[in-house]
Write a protein that binds this ligand. Structure first.
Ligand SMILES: Cc1cc2nc3c(=O)[nH]c(=O)nc-3n(C[C@H](O)[C@H](O)[C@H](O)COP(=O)(O)OP(=O)(O)OC[C@H]3O[C@@H](n4cnc5c(N)ncnc54)[C@H](O)[C@@H]3O)c2cc1C
Length: 417
C-alpha cells in the first residue's frame, strides 16, 4: 500500500498525451501523479482547431491513418489498434461530448468548444484520483542502476516506479512546449532527431502578398518546385498573410519547403483554376471578354477572381486597367491565363516554432517499443505524444497520435512489474 506521497506512475506534462496517459494508468488502478509547469492543464489543447479542437480524423483504418505520418507511421499500428480514432470518438461520446464529422473528415466536439474536450479529460483524471501538480516545473531526472529513481522539480523530488515523459515538442512555446523533454531524453541516453517546425506558415518574398492579407482561397492547387523539378503538390484551402502564405495546404507542405530551402531556392506555383486546363481557361476568358465587350479590363474579372485579388492580378498582368477588353491581345490574354494557372511565389523561410502547429523530429522511434511505448534504454521510462519523432498533417491526426500513444503508455506503465 502506497502512502499519500508515493506514487506508482509519474506523468510529466499535462497536455493531451500526458492527461490521457495519467487517466488510463489511474483507471487501471495505479496511483498516479501528473506534473505540469503551467497553471492549468491542456493550455495548447484549448487553442487547437482555433478553439474548436479538431480532436481526431474520421478514419478507422489503422494503416490508412498511420500512412499520414509518412514512413514513421508504422510505429503507430499498436497504439492505434488499442486506442484509435473509433475508440477516441467513443471515449468522448460516452462521457457526454459527441463528435461531429466536418468537411474533410475532421472530427470536432459537437458544440465546437475545445473546453468540452478538456473538461472530459479533467473528469477522467478526477475519477482515477490522479494527483495533479500544477505550476510545477520538472528540471530533470536522477538515475540509479539503469533506471530513473527520481523526477526532479524545482523544490522537491518525486520517486515512483514508472515515469512517462509527455512534455510535447517545441511548437508554440508560449503554451509551455519548450522542448524540455528532448533535453531529458538525450540526458537519459536517447537519440533525438533534430526538431524542426512542421505545419508552419511560409514567408514569401513577393511584396504583393501583403495586399491580399486575410484572403482565403478554396479549391486551389499549389505545386512546389526546386531546380525545375516538382517536389510536392496539394489541393485545398490556403490563406494569404502579411508575411506570405498559410492555411491547410501550405501548412501541410511546410515541412518539405523547410527541408528543401536548406538545399537551395524553391518556387511555388499557385493554380487558381485547377478545374480548367490552359486551353479551357483561355476559352472561358474569351467568353467573359465577349460578355464585357466595350468595358474596361479592370471591370471584366469579377467572375474569375475574388474582388480583393483583382487589383493585384491586373498589376501583375501588365495590362492597362482601363484598356477595353476588345483590344486585349492574344499575348496579353496568355499572360493572364499563365498568372491564373501558375502564380509564382518564392518561399524564403518558415515562420518558425513560435507559430508552428507541430514539431517534426523528436525522440527516435528506434529506441521506443511501439507495443507499449517503453524506452529501450531505460527500464522504467515511457514516452507519448508530440515528443516522439512523429508528425502528421492537419485534420486531427496529431491529437489522435497523442490520445493513442498516451493511452497505451498509461496502460503499459500501470501494469506494474
Ligand atoms: C495553434 C495550434 C492548433 C492546433 N490544432 C490542432 C487540431 O485542431 N488538431 C490536432 O490534431 N492537432 C492540433 N494541434 C497540435 C496539437 O495541439 C499537439 O499535437 C498536441 O497538443 C501535443 O500534445 P502533447 O501532450 O504531446 O504536448 P503538449 O500539448 O505540448 O503538452 C506538453 C505539456 O508539457 C508541459 N511541460 C513541458 N515542459 C515541462 C516541464 N519542464 N515541467 C512540467 N511540465 C512541462 C507543457 O507545459 C505542456 O502543457 C494544434 C497545435 C497548435 C499550436
Amino acid at each position: 500500500m502506497k502512502d499519500n506521497n508515493s506514487f506508482d506512475v509519474a506523468v510529466i506534462g499535462g497536455g493531451p498525451a500526458g492527461i490521457m496517459a495519467a487517466g488510463r494508468a489511474a483507471e487501471l488502478g495505479a496511483k498516479v501523479v501528473l506534473i505540469e509547469k503551467n497553471e492549468i492543464l491542456g493550455k495548447k489543447l484549448l487553442i487547437t482547431g482555433k478553439g474548436r479542437c479538431n480532436f481526431t480524423h474520421n478514419e478507422f483504418d489503422i494503416r490508412k491513418f498511420a500512412e499520414k505520418f509518412g514512413r514513421n507511421g508504422r510505429f503507430l499500428y499498436s497504439a492505434l489498434a488499442v486506442f484509435g480514432a473509433r475508440e477516441t470518438i467513443i471515449f468522448f461520446e460516452s462521457r457526454g461530448v459527441k463528435g461531429e464529422v466536418e468537411q474533410g473528415d475532421r472530427v470536432f466536439p459537437e458544440k465546437g468548444n475545445a473546453q468540452d474536450i478538456l473538461n472530459v479529460l479533467i473528469k477522467y483524471l478526477a475519477k482515477g484520483k490522479v494527483n495533479i501538480l500544477l505550476n510545477s516545473e520538472v528540471t530533470g531526472f536522477k538515475q540509479k542502476n539503469g533506471k530513473i529513481s527520481q523526477v526532479l522539480l524545482r523544490e522537491r523530488q518525486i520517486s515512483t516506479d514508472k515515469y512517462i515523459i509527455c512534455a510535447g515538442g517545441k511548437a508554440y512555446p508560449q503554451t509551455g512546449s519548450t522542448g524540455d523533454g528532448y533535453r531529458w531524453a538525450e540526458q537519459l541516453g536517447h537519440t533525438v532527431i533534430p526538431p524542426v517546425p512542421a505545419l508552419n506558415p511560409v514567408k514569401t518574398s513577393e511584396d504583393w502578398v501583403k495586399e491580399l492579407q486575410g484572403l482565403s482561397l478554396k479549391n486551389v492547387s499549389i505545386k512546389l518546385f526546386q531546380n525545375g523539378k516538382k517536389q510536392d503538390e496539394r489541393f485545398g484551402e490556403m490563406l494569404f498573410a502579411h508575411f506570405g502564405v498559410s492555411g491547410p495546404i501550405l501548412m501541410d507542405m511546410s515541412k518539405n519547403i523547410g527541408a528543401l530551402l536548406k538545399k537551395g531556392p524553391v518556387k511555388l506555383l499557385l493554380d487558381l483554376k485547377p478545374a480548367l486546363d490552359f486551353k479551357k481557361l483561355d476559352q472561358r476568358i474569351q467568353r467573359d471578354f465577349q460578355e464585357f465587350k466595350g468595358r474596361m479590363f479592370k471591370n471584366s474579372l469579377k467572375g474569375l477572381l475574388p474582388l480583393s485579388m483583382i487589383p493585384v492580378m491586373i498589376k501583375l498582368s501588365g495590362i492597362e486597367p482601363v484598356k477595353k477588353v476588345d483590344y486585349i491581345s492574344r499575348e496579353e490574354r496568355n499572360k493572364l491565363v499563365h498568372l491564373l494557372k501558375e502564380l509564382e511565389l518564392t518561399p524564403t523561410e518558415l515562420l518558425g516554432f513560435k507559430w508552428s502547429v507541430v514539431t517534426s523530429g523528436g525522440v527516435s522511434l528506434k529506441e521506443v517499443n511501439p507495443n507499449n511505448m517503453s524506452s529501450k534504454k531505460i527500464e522504467n521510462l515511457y514516452f507519448a505524444g508530440e515528443i516522439l519523432d512523429l508528425d502528421g498533417p492537419s485534420g486531427g491526426y496529431n491529437l489522435q497520435e497523442c490520445w493513442s500513444t498516451g493511452y497505451l503508455a498509461g496502460e503499459s506503465a500501470a501494469k506494474l512489474g
